[in-house]
Structure formats: C-alpha cells, structure tokens
Design a protein around this ligand. Structure first.
Ligand SMILES: NC(=O)c1ccc[n+]([C@@H]2O[C@H](COP(=O)([O-])OP(=O)(O)OC[C@H]3O[C@@H](n4cnc5c(N)ncnc54)[C@H](O)[C@@H]3O)[C@@H](O)[C@H]2O)c1
Length: 264
C-alpha cells in the first residue's frame, strides 16, 4: 500500500507559475485567467486580436498580475512578439494555453468560401503550430504545460462545418508531435475538447445553423448532450487548470473531453 505522503505536492495550485492565454479576451480565455489567478498564478499574459477587448477584460479582472498583448496568432512575427513580451515580463514561462479559435461559417462544403476556409486553418491550425514553435525554446529549460483547445468537432464530424471540423481534428496530430518532442524536456502537451459552451462562439454558430432562430438551435444542441445543457466557460477553465497544474504531471499527449457526455 502506498504511504499517504506519496501524494504530497498534489494540490491544485499553480502558485508562482506564469501563463500565456491566447483567445484571452474570449469566454474561455477570460474564465481561465480568473481561475489561474485564484489558484496563485504569478503572471498571466492575455493575447487576442483587439486591444479594446483585451482592455475590457483586463479592467473587469482588475488584478496587476494580468498583462495584455494584441496579436494575430496566425502571424509568426506577432506570435514571436507576444512570446518575447511574456518572457520579458515574467522571466520564465510555465503554462501556454493555445486557445484562440475562429469558427468560420456554417455552409455546406460545396458552398464553403475558400477564403474563410483558409482563415480558419490559419488561426486554428497554423496559430497552434506557431504558438508551439515560439514557446518551446523558452519551456525547454524548466519544462511546463501546453494546453491546446480543440473541440468535440476534433473528434466527430459536423455537417456544414468543414473548415472548423478539419482544423480541430488537425490539432490532435499537432498536439501528439509536440508531446513527443517536448517529453525529453518535461514539457507536457495536451488537447481539450469542449462540447458547446454558453458564450459568443455558440451564439454565432446557432445563428449560422438557424438564422433568426438561434434559441431553437440551442435547444436542439442541448437535447444532444446527456447532461442536458451547454458547458460554462468555467467548466472548461477547470480542465485547463488541472492540465496546467502538477496534478496532471504524468499526463501528456492526451485528448481530454469535457462535453457533458456528448461523445458517448
Ligand atoms: N464556444 C464553444 O462552444 C466552443 C466549443 C468547443 C471549442 N471551443 C474552442 O474554444 C476556444 C475559445 O473559444 P471561446 O469559446 O472562448 O469563444 P470566443 O469567441 O469567446 O473566444 C475566441 C477568442 O479567440 C480570438 N481569436 C480569434 N482569432 C484570433 C486570432 N487570429 N488571433 C488572436 N486571437 C484570435 C477571438 O477574438 C476571441 O476572443 C476556441 O479555440 C474555440 O474553437 C469553443
């Protein structure tokens, strides 16, 4: 039998750790920043497209451990710039939450606009590659945890969402390669797969599936979820916290579903 003290160092805190959160002005990003701060994070850099939206979130959270950086995650020079900024501010980096995402539009594949397809892939796939490429050299000294937001659309097919579904599947391949290459440096890399979350992105998709009747689309989606409701941003933040913390210190290269049973 294991002695109880084998389980030392298993509390949920991320005391003293510094994190980058992309998509930091969005629903999941903001909730995760708050969760990380409550668990003792030393510094958090929120990255998103709009300085205004970042300012709003930063003012709302109102904590001097929060910093912001406006950047497009699909542009290498901007990803390098936000990573360098984090290192300059914090000295070391422990947690990278690659969470920015773009849903594209709801259209059959024969009607799907190519420019939107390219943009979804640029943000959701290349953006993750760039986030890994620029953060890995900084994590190689002391290890760390990278968490990548995919979706249940990374595990199942969704009609009329060719670009988003393809991009979220691709994330699993990216995550696995990064986990293999990171392991010798104690860098852990995992993906998380939420079902619909009650925030802006789902309002946009509900409207896409049922123009003018988004509420009805929401009821339809909820019926497909055994627990009967959408996730909250905080439900996703809790999983991100687990993967960021030392409680998950032997977990890497894994797919983590948070979906109220949707994939059953
Ligand atoms: N909301 C859901 O139902 C749901 C379900 C499964 C997975 N996800 C994923 O969760 C992640 C977070 O989304 P959310 O639910 O918080 O929605 P959200 O729309 O509130 O947040 C997404 C954020 O990403 C930012 N973003 C988009 N393109 C960017 C770019 N090029 N550079 C920098 N930032 C960019 C947006 O500005 C936005 O603030 C996304 O990857 C999304 O695909 C969401």
């Amino acid at each position: 039998m294991l002695a109880l003290d084998s389980f030392n160092n298993t509390d949920m805190e991320i005391k003293g750790k510094n994190a980058i959160i992309t998509g930091g002005a969005g629903g999941i990003g903001e909730a995760t920043a708050i969760r990380f701060l409550k668990e003792g994070a030393s510094g958090i850099l929120l990255v998103d497209l709009s300085e205004d939206n970042l300012d709003k979130v930063s003012k709302k959270i109102n904590d001097d451990r929060i910093h912001t950086f406006a950047a497009d995650v699909s542009q290498s020079d901007q990803v390098k710039a936000y990573t360098d900024f984090a290192i300059e501010k914090f000295g070391k980096l422990d947690i990278v939450f690659l969470n920015a995402g773009f849903e594209g539009v709801v259209k059959s594949l024969s009607e799907y606009p190519e420019e939107i397809y390219d943009k979804v892939m640029a943000v959701n796939v290349k953006g993750i590659f760039l986030g890994l490429k620029h953060s890995f050299p900084h994590l190689q000294d002391g290890g760390g945890s990278v968490i990548i937001t995919s979706s249940v659309a990374g595990l199942k097919g969704f009609g009329q969402m060719i670009a988003y579904t393809t991009s979220k599947h691709a994330i699993i391949g990216t995550m696995k390669v990064a986990a293999l290459e990171g392991a010798p440096f104690q860098i852990r890399v995992n993906s998380i797969h939420p079902s619909p979350v009650d925030n802006r992105m789902m309002r946009s998709l509900e409207e896409g599936f049922a123009p003018g009747a988004g509420g009805e689309a929401k009821k339809g989606f909820e019926k497909m979820i055994p627990l009967g409701k959408y996730a909250s941003n905080e439900d996703i933040a809790d999983l991100a916290l687990f993967l960021a913390s030392d409680r998950s210190k032997f977990i890497t290269g894994s797919v983590h579903i948070v979906d109220g049973g949707f994939c059953i």
